[in-house]
Design a protein around this ligand. Structure first.
Ligand code: BES
Ligand code: ZN
Ligand code: ZN
Length: 495
């Protein structure tokens, strides 16, 4: 797909696209009076005729594709636009239309942004493992932007950066686990740090983790032949490239340090508490949190957002081996609390205890951890909504609002103290399973490791990270959920 943003139509397009909601056409500013009448009669006749979304009709002697921007149930107006644009791009490429013009002169910037994201999603395919790679037909979308052309061009640059990050996360998540081991993930992160100005990286291997007492990662990772790692990526957008404070940043004088912590289980067999075969293949996606934070910080640094952000990836493979952690084993976490491993399949919270400790060590004021943490969350909210927990109302509200702006749904869940006692261990301070409210129990466990006086939000993306049937703009596999909201959160916090 190619995007051309122009002030007025070049006249070279093979077709135009018109978005409509119910019976009214959107962004109709540029239509002639005659065309407006034609469009009106088409939309009015919709119920009588066999009118389908994406139908081709002649309007003003120009082939015109009508795109329904209110087709799916339950989506916001912005997400409807994304879906409409996604369907349009799929259709144009299938029909091999070289150039489609879209009249968006009177679209709001956020509407344009949604449309661009929708068009971009249609380009994604994961065919690395296919024996034959098909090349897609290249469609050029001419965006007629009128007076807004220069603003839209800037937005298009941002969308390109965001989409690049989403594709990065999706590719990492979709890659099979034997090919994306913790060490391979580290390789990827090293490459990203190398090619992203302003992004630095620190990697700890198993030996260093053990020496420094990051025993959650060691405990989970030691059963695998692929050793665990912790990656810390840092970016300080409050400083210019030369390391001095920028004027801009001084004006804001923000001392915020947002630390993103991601669960990075490159595979989760469940360990000795082995998972049933049916639910295992999806565990290639159990490193979605780590992929999401890596992708987000890459975009945040590329966009040069004026904020200090770090990302901590907690990487391990939960495997069965002769050194695997045994149920009943007790280890001492980085913050000094002892933990009895009640269930080896509740491993995510163990590696995250180290990620949260690292966030504290590097001076986080705000922490967001992201994890495919519990099956209970999948059962509670399904694939369309992520549950989150927060100890800070302001941060919680930002999560919801930023999510909404990015068409990602978040639902606030309670850190219910009545269930906290269920996490107490007999011989140890804590155990890694608790009450029947599984997603809450996991969040309460994590809360035990959140550094003091730190605003914290925990996102459980077990349901939203990976889909096995088509959902919105993902046919199968990784959705990239969370990448955009994290970028938006950094944008919001730096504003
Ligand atoms: N990685 C899983 C959670 C998961 C389930 C992610 C489904 C994506 C889809 C996690 O490590 C896990 O196995 N959690 C257990 C915890 C339980 C043993 C307390 C669960 O939710 O069943
Ligand atoms: Zn597990
Ligand atoms: Zn897991």
């Amino acid at each position: 797909m190619k995007i051309n943003i122009v002030q007025s139509a070049s006249g070279k397009a093979n077709a135009s696209a018109l978005f409509f909601v119910k019976k009214s056409v959107q962004f109709s500013d540029v239509l002639s009076e005659n065309a407006e009448k034609q469009v009106e009669s088409v939309l009015n006749g919709m119920e009588d005729g066999p009118f389908e979304d994406l139908e081709y009709l002649e309007i003003d002697n120009q082939p015109t594709i009508f795109v329904d921007a209110a087709k799916e149930r339950g989506l916001s107006a912005l997400d409807h636009l994304r879906m409409a644009a996604y369907r349009l791009a799929k259709k144009a490429s299938k029909r091999q239309i070289p150039m489609v013009s879209i009249m968006l002169a009177d679209a709001a910037p956020e509407q344009f942004k949604s449309i661009l994201h929708g068009l971009s999603y249609a380009d994604y395919k994961f065919d690395a493992y296919k024996s034959k790679q098909k090349s897609a037909f290249l469609v050029t979308f001419e965006i007629v932007a009128g007076e807004q052309a220069s603003e839209f061009k800037k937005i298009a640059k941002d969308v390109a950066v965001e989409q690049k990050a989403i594709v990065l996360a999706k590719n990492l998540i979709n890659t099979s686990s034997s090919d994306l081991t913790p060490a391979e993930f580290v390789e990827n992160a090293n490459t990203i740090a190398k090619y992203t100005p302003g992004l630095s990286i620190k990697v700890r291997n198993m030996k260093q983790l053990e020496k420094e007492g990051f025993m959650g990662l060691v405990t989970v990772g030691k059963g695998s032949s692929h050793e665990p790692f912790m990656i810390t990526l840092s970016y300080d957008g409050t400083k210019s490239a030369r390391g001095t404070k920028t004027k801009d940043a001084n004006a804001r004088s923000s001392s915020d340090h947002l630390v993103l912590v991601g669960k990075g289980l490159t595979f989760d067999t469940g360990g000795l508490c082995l998972k049933p075969p049916k639910s295992m293949p999806e565990m290639i996606s159990d490193m979605s949190g780590a992929a999401t934070v890596l992708a987000a910080i890459q975009a945040i640094a590329t966009l040069e957002l004026p904020i200090k952000v770090s990302a901590v990836c907690c990487l391990a493979e939960n495997a069965i081996g002769n050194k695997s952690v045994l149920p009943g084993d007790i280890f001492k976490a980085k913050n000094g609390k002892t933990v009895m491993v009640d269930n080896t399949d509740a491993e995510g919270r163990l590696v995250l205890s180290d990620g949260l400790a690292e966030a504290g060590l590097i001076g986080a004021t705000h922490i967001v951890d992201i994890a495919t943490l519990t099956g209970a969350m999948v059962r509670a909210l399904g694939y369309a909504v992520a549950g989150f927990f927060s100890n800070d109302d302001d941060l919680g509200l930002k999560v919801i609002n930023c999510g909404e702006a990015c068409c990602e749904k978040f639902w606030s869940m309670p850190l219910e103290e009545e269930y906290a006692d269920a996490l107490k261990g007999n011989f140890a301070d804590l155990k890694n399973t608790g009450s029947d409210a599984g997603a809450i129990a996991a969040a309460l466990f994590l809360q035990e490791f959140v550094p003091e006086n730190t605003a914290w939000a925990h996102w459980d993306i077990a349901g939203t990270a990976f889909v096995s049937k088509t959902w919105k703009y993902t046919e199968f596999g990784a959705t990239g959920f969370g990448v955009q909201t994290l970028i938006e959160l950094a944008r919001e916090m730096s504003a």
